[in-house]
Design a protein around this ligand. Structure first.
Ligand SMILES: [Zn+2]
Ligand SMILES: [Zn+2]
Length: 180
């Protein structure tokens, strides 16, 4: 027993699961199965200069949506296309208690966007707060977990109070309708 540390025990009791197939990952040092890493569709060039969605043609700057309407943000970027594997992964992360998936998402977000984050001189991460009743029910805020993982890997500061203290009710309502 003396040779064991608490992380071994945590690994034994709660073995890490793959964020794609949701089975226990064979190699405990890996965040996902090799085959599953190939299942997810990564966003590559060309992508929309506003929202980050993949574009069909290189010569387009913005997608059809962004040509038509304004967004409340300056730039959006995504690591993956939101197709079936990703949809199920996020659902398990948010509603299935699979907090460990945050580690994999953080790694992939940095692979996809670290260069831009450096160019933007991003210093602070502000995760969108969850409605208190939802957070109580879920036990965690998935955006806060992800921000914490990202900050650990890249030393961003995470600020969770900013949005909570202001009157962003409308924005939050919109976010919750579409994403929570
Ligand atoms: Zn897998
Ligand atoms: Zn767009």
């Amino acid at each position: 027993m003396s040779r064991w540390n608490k992380f071994d025990l945590v690994g034994l009791l709660f073995p890490r699961r793959c964020p794609v197939c949701h089975e226990v990952v064979e190699d405990p040092g890996e965040l996902a199965c090799d085959i599953c890493r190939t299942r997810l569709v990564r966003v590559r060039d060309p992508f929309c200069g506003k929202c980050g969605k993949p574009l069909a043609a290189e010569e387009q700057e913005y997608c059809g949506d962004c040509m038509r309407k304004k967004h409340a943000y300056d730039r959006g970027r995504a690591a993956f296309v939101y197709e079936e594997w990703m949809r199920r992964s996020i659902a398990q992360y948010k509603y299935g208690g699979r907090r460990e998936y945050a580690e994999f998402y953080a790694e992939e977000i940095l692979l996809a966007c670290a260069r831009e984050m450096i160019r933007w001189k991003a210093e602070v991460l502000v995760p969108i707060p969850l409605h208190p009743s939802r957070q109580r029910k879920r036990g965690y805020n998935q955006a806060e977990l992800l921000a914490a993982k990202l900050s650990k890997k890249r030393y961003f500061q995470v600020k969770t109070e900013q949005l909570k203290n202001r009157n962003f009710t409308k924005v939050l309502q919109m976010q919750h309708t579409t994403h929570s």
